[in-house]
Design a protein around this ligand. Sequence first.
Ligand code: FMN
Length: 205
Amino acid sequence: MKLKHAFMLAASAILSAVAFFGCASEGDSSSSAAAPAKDAAKVKPLVVYWTWSETHNTKVVAEMLQQKTGADIALIEMVTPYPNDFGSVMQLGQRDLQQPKAPAIKEMNLDLSKYNPIYVGTPIWFSTYAPPVRTFLQSYDFTGKTVALFCTHGQGNPATFKYLADAKTAVPAINYFPEVFAHKGTEAANAGPALDAWIQKVSAK
Ligand SMILES: Cc1cc2nc3c(=O)[nH]c(=O)nc-3n(C[C@H](O)[C@H](O)[C@H](O)COP(=O)(O)O)c2cc1C
């Protein structure tokens, strides 16, 4: 009995040691459980946005989002930027929204394999995305990614905005986070608390 007891103690000590040192060893790449954790560590969020007005409200929220999530950030740029006057963008924005894919945007050289989730921000134009943001969504392969949309707006009621619905129509293959973050542009600097709550929901997905 004594011998059996001693054997069992020794065996359990060896098993514990293997378990402890096995888990602690950084060099051990044979563990299949370790692989996803290492890959997950390499993937970080990305914030992509476009902005037009001189106060750049969407940029304010985008940079806040970058700071809060530790994301990389990228600006969508048009090949031929819209002019600065309101009358012209009213015309050109509506004209571009009538097209299937307009306006052209500059190459962004994004390696999306490094990122998830991807936050995409726009000013609300005519109750939906500004056209360059649609071009961005049409330009990349978002397979395996969660795309979370955010926007800043004027006097409009966010419940009536078609940003998510129109994005789903333009690029149905994307896995969109179901709740769009919307914040009044003139109050962009105060978006922090609402943004925190939304980021938590996106991260929990
Ligand atoms: C052409 C145009 C159309 C707009 N349409 C709407 C709209 O339908 N609803 C709304 O609430 N705000 C509308 N706005 C206001 C912008 O969404 C708002 O000012 C936004 O915060 C601007 O963001 P930015 O500074 O990043 O360009 C419009 C602005 C422009 C220039």
